[in-house]
Each structure stands twice: as structure tokens, then as C-alpha cells.
Design a protein around this ligand. Structure first.
Ligand code: BG6
Length: 474
């Protein structure tokens, strides 16, 4: 489906997110013919850093050239660019933004939808929302709010309240771009469309789960955002917890927004509050020398933790979550470790040759991603020796990627269509901050690790008696 005509306003249009994801994503949607017949995109920012229309177009051109999938050129670019304008806005003076929105609405004609994307840090969110309300730009509009949503329970509650005085919950789209990734949506298909997997997806058969998102990149100059956020808030309580919701949820009655979100929230309700003794916080060597970083900074650039879900399906099954910057590789991997059958019938040498690795289902959701089932087979020869084998499903080899959208692209489209299925709700977010509270109150000290490594040694202790699936060679 194609959305109705729209005016899209990006607050924070000169920031990093707009440059890396939103402007390139919108251009891709335009090229793919997925934007409405008539649309305008308005960049906005405080007057102190505002651009004029031409400078904003040049900014967008640079962003798409650097981060887009196709070069910004030719007729397609000129057409896209002609729909870009800029409107400065400060809490005391939203005048230029109001004028830009009214002008865009006039140019489109009729009553186009209005979608605000707040690409601003959590601390700035409430004041932008109030400003939009006071400026008369919230009525009948939808709003996309970035993660992390607040920085703890109190601020998330306050932000939800501030938003709800201006936008009805049905118009609030709390975005988590991981939920827009193809392979994440595919978790639902994998789990609930397959009789092969559905019956074993529980504590009787699964011994532990790993959700592992190491990143090779460092903070890439984002000290201002990162110092106040850290990996736990940036990645774990957001992206990785949302993935956990999909991996752990009960089958929803339907795939509509209410059923899906209700099932995800039930998982969050059953999460045991974090135990700080089961959390590792790391900081890569050299982080404190990055421009804009406090030389005594305690911000973590890596976080790993053990979580438990106290419900009928998962009681006693540890979930290990890990993410960090400046690590050896960039990967997105979910691993389900299966319980072992009694292997006594096999001679000791046979068992030893299996190297303690048991059956695993590995969901690699790098776009486009793979799914691998790992199991033991007999090695050919006169002796019974067990060895690892695997079956791999490869998205790229199985489908053309012509219609694939990146996370942000899919979700911006869904927001224009009014579909909240892949967005988070107020109750779920507040519960996750509740789960996080013990850690935020007494965080363990950060442990240093070498850039390009797999993080501090204590990560191995955290996951015992299991082992991290990554790095694969180990
Ligand atoms: C963002 C975080 O939400 O996700 C970044 O703010 C992180 O710090 C990024 O690098 C990772 O997203 P992806 O899709 O590249 O894995």
C-alpha cells in the first residue's frame, strides 16, 4: 500500500541520524515509488543551527551521497530535492517551521497527513513535543519518537505524559529500527509458521539464548550523544530487549499491533529486574581521549548481561545479551542453544570430538542474513566420532533483495500508514526501565578492553557454563 499525501517534518535535521539514516532512507523510498504521490519533507532545527532551503538540499545531497544506496543524481534526485525545505524552530519561536508546514500543505493541496520525526536526543524530546503542541502542529499529526525513550523510569514516564498531553497514543510511534529489519520480522514466521520449530521453542528443549550485537565501529565522533547515553541505553534496553521480546513472546492471536504488542509486553512483565552482579560494563581503551569525552568518563561502550524470564515457557533459561563498540567484528546474531540428549551411548572419544558444542539455531540478521541449524553427525570412518555439521539458509542466495527495505525505511512507511505493529508502546517501555533500574542505581565499574578485541575477559565468566557463539572460530 502507498500512504496518503504527507508532509514529513524532521526535527534534528542537521544531526547524525538524519544524515546517516533518515535522508538516505527517504530518498530510497522515493526512488522505490513508496512515498505518496504528493509529499514534502521539511528539515527543522533550532535557529542557531538552522539552514536555508538551498543549504538543506546540499546537506541532504551530501548525506545521500555518503550513506545512500544509490547516488543522488539525475531527474530522480532533482525531483526529490525539489520537495525539501527548511523551517527553523525554537520553543520561543516556532514561526518559521509553522510557515514551512503551511506552505507545504498549500503546495500539496487537500488535507495531507502530517508526520513529525523527532530525531533528537531523549533530553530534548519533551520540549520539542510541547513546542509542536503550542505551535498548533500536533493536531491530527503523527509523531515518531527516537530511542532511547527517556533515560530511566522517571524520565520515560514524564516523557510519556508530556507526549500524551499533545498526541493521543494511537498517533505515537516510538521507533526502534531493529524491529524494521527483515530478519527480525522473520522471527515471527520462523517461530510460528513451522511445526519443526514451534514445539521445541521453550525451556524443555532450549538451554540458553544469546542475543549478540558486537560493532566494529567506535563512537564515530558522537561523544555528545554517547557520553550521556552509553551502550546499555543505546543498544541493550532498546534494540536487544525488543529482539528478546520477539524471541520469547507467546503466539499472538493475530499479527495486528494490539496483539503483537500485548504479547511482547507480557514478556517484559515477566523479566526479572537486572542483577548488577550479572552485568559486565566495558570501555574501550582510548575512549576517554575521544574529543568531547570526559577524561574520567564512566560511560560504558560495551554492556553484557544475563537475564531471566520468569514465566512458564522460559523459567530457568538464561538469556545473554551483549553489545559493544570497537569490537573485533560487526555482527547481529541470535543463538539458541538446545539441550543435549544423554550421549552416554557414544564412546568418550566420540563425545570429546564434538567439542562441547551442541545443537544450535543461529539467526544472523545482518541484512540480508542467514539462519543456520548446527547439529552433530558421524564423521565418516571406522570409528564413531561426532562432528559439527550445519544447514544454512541464506537470504541473499534465496531471494533477490530488490524489494528489501532498511529498518528505518520500513518503519517510516508504516508510520505514514498508521500501522503501529513494529513500534513500542508506553507500558512496554516503562516496564523495561523498571527492569533496568537496579543496574542504573548501582552499575558495576567499567572494565577496559582493547579496541578490535572481543571485550574484557569477564564476559567469558558471565556466560558460564555456556560459551559465546561469537567469534565463530573459538
Ligand atoms: C543505533 C545506535 O540505534 O543503532 C548506534 O544509536 C548503533 O550506536 C546503531 O551503531 C546500529 O544499528 P545497525 O542497524 O547498524 O546495526
Amino acid at each position: 500500500p502507498t500512504p496518503d499525501d504527507h508532509v514529513i517534518v524532521i526535527s534534528g535535521a542537521t544531526g547524525d541520524l538524519a544524515r546517516r539514516k533518515l535522508l538516505p532512507g527517504l530518498y530510497h523510498l522515493a526512488r522505490a515509488g513508496l512515498l505518496p504521490g504528493h509529499y514534502r519533507i521539511i528539515g527543522s532545527a533550532p535557529a542557531a543551527v538552522a539552514l536555508n532551503d538551498d543549504a538543506f538540499r546540499a546537506h541532504a545531497h551530501e548525506a545521500v551521497a555518503e550513506f545512500g544506496r544509490t547516488k543522488p543524481e539525475g531527474r530522480e534526485w532533482r525531483e526529490f530535492e525539489s520537495r525539501l525545505t527548511f523551517g527553523a524552530a525554537d520553543p520561543e519561536d516556532p514561526g518559521p517551521l509553522i510557515a514551512a508546514v503551511r506552505e507545504a500543505e498549500r503546495a500539496i493541496g487537500g488535507t495531507p497527513g502530517l508526520l513529525h520525526h523527532l530525531a533528537v536526543p531523549p533530553q530534548a524530546c519533551a520540549s520539542v513535543v510541547r513546542m509542536l503542541g503550542a505551535a498548533g502542529l500536533a493536531q491530527d499529526a503523527r509523531v515518531i519518537v527516537e530511542k532511547p525513550f527517556g533515560t530511566d523510569l522517571a524520565s520515560a514516564r514524564a516523557l510519556n505524559q508530556a507526549i500524551h498531553t499533545v498526541f493521543d497514543e494511537s498517533r505515537v510511534f516510538r521507533i526502534d529500527h531493529f524491529l524494521g529489519k527483515e530478519s527480525v520480522d522473520n522471527i515471527l514466521a520462523l517461530r510460528f509458521a513451522n511445526g519443526l520449530l514451534e514445539p521445541v521453542w521453550n525451556r524443555d528443549h532450549i538451554s540458553h539464548v544469546q542475543i549478540d550485537v558486537p560493532e566494529h565501529i567506535d563512537i564515530q565522533g558522537r561523544a555528545h550523544f554517547f557520553e550521556g547515553t552509553g551502550t546499555f541505553r543505546d543498544m541493550i534496553v532498546t534494540h536487544l530487549f525488543q529482539l528478546l521480546g520477539f524471541i520469547a513472546m507467546e503466539p499472538p492471536a493475530t499479527l495486528d499491533a494490539n496483539s503483537l504488542r500485548a504479547e511482547k509486553d507480557k514478556v517484559f512483565q515477566s523479566l526479572r529486574p537486572l542483577d548488577p552482579a550479572r552485568v559486565v560494563r566495558g570501555q574501550y581503551a582510548g575512549y576517554r581521549d575521544e574529543p568531547g569525552v570526559d577524561p574520567a568518563s564512566d560511560t560504558e561502550t560495551l554492556a553484557a548481561l544475563r537475564l531471566e524470564i520468569d514465566n512458564w515457557r522460559w523459567a530457568g533459561v538464561p538469556f545473554y545479551l551483549r553489545s559493544g563498540k570497537a569490537l573485533a567484528e560487526s555482527r547481529h546474531v541470535i543463538t539458541l542453544g538446545f539441550r543435549e540428549p544423554p550421549l552416554r551411548m557414544f564412546p568418550l572419544a566420540a563425545r570429546e570430538s564434538a567439542d562441547g558444542r551442541h545443537n544450535e539455531l543461529v539467526i544472523d540478521f545482518d541484512d540480508p542474513g542467514t539462519i543456520t541449524a548446527r547439529f552433530l553427525v558421524k564423521q565418516p570412518g571406522p570409528d564413531m566420532r561426532l562432528t559439527q555439521a550445519e544447514m544454512v539458509f541464506d537470504y541473499a542466495g534465496s531471494f533477490t533483495q530488490d524489494h528489501a527495505l532498511e529498518g528505518y525505511e520500513r518503519l517510516i512507511l508504516d508510520a505514514m500508514l498508521g500501522d503501529q505493529s513494529l513500534f513500542t508502546d508506553a507500558a512496554g517501555i516503562e516496564r523495561l526501565w523498571e527492569v533496568a533500574a537496579p543496574l542504573l542505581q548501582s552499575p558495576p565499574p567499567v572494565e577496559p578492553y582493547a579496541p578490535g578485541s572481543w571485550g574484557p575477559d569477564s564476559l567469558r565468566h558471565l556466560i558460564r557454563p555456556h560459551r559465546w557463539h561469537l567469534p565463530e572460530a573459538s
